[in-house]
Design a protein around this ligand. Structure first.
Ligand SMILES: [Fe+2]
Ligand SMILES: [Fe+2]
Length: 135
């Protein structure tokens, strides 16, 4: 079973954002599949790298839109991005050093973070950016 499934409740109505969120969900599911299949550390590290890289790209995309349109909540939003990025980078480092393993707890943390970040934090900018003509 997928860890997370895209439904309309996640739709911001901004195509670039919704497509990126779909991709993030897909990458999370791939990571969980690899874990459940008992894939080796190298294979998991590769998927993890892809997820981290795509997350950085996605955060940068949102932050660029905030800057371009003067989104007033940008600083708080960026702080949430940074906190997660730091945490994931730390996990990535420890995983590669063989100090920690990918677990159900880690996967659930990532899913819960993405779920609430989209539903609460990202949804806040949706009406603002749409009003600015972002699609
Ligand atoms: Fe987002
Ligand atoms: Fe965000």
């Amino acid at each position: 079973m997928a860890l997370m499934t895209w439904t309309d409740k996640y739709a911001t109505g901004i195509a670039s954002i919704d497509n990126q969120h779909k991709k993030l969900i897909e990458l999370l599911n791939q990571l969980q599949d690899a874990m459940l299949a008992g894939s080796g550390n190298d294979a998991i590290a590769k998927i993890l790298d892809g997820l981290v890289q795509y997350t950085v790209t996605h955060f940068a995309h949102e932050e660029k839109l905030f800057a371009a349109h003067g989104y007033i909540e940008a600083a708080n939003h960026k702080a949430e991005h940074e906190k997660l990025a730091k945490k994931v980078a730390e996990f990535q480092r420890e995983f590669k050093a063989g100090k920690t393993k990918l677990s159900v707890t880690v996967m659930n943390f990532l899913r819960d973070w993405l779920n609430s970040h989209i539903l609460v934090t990202d949804m806040k900018y949706a009406p603002f950016l749409k009003a600015k003509g972002v699609s």
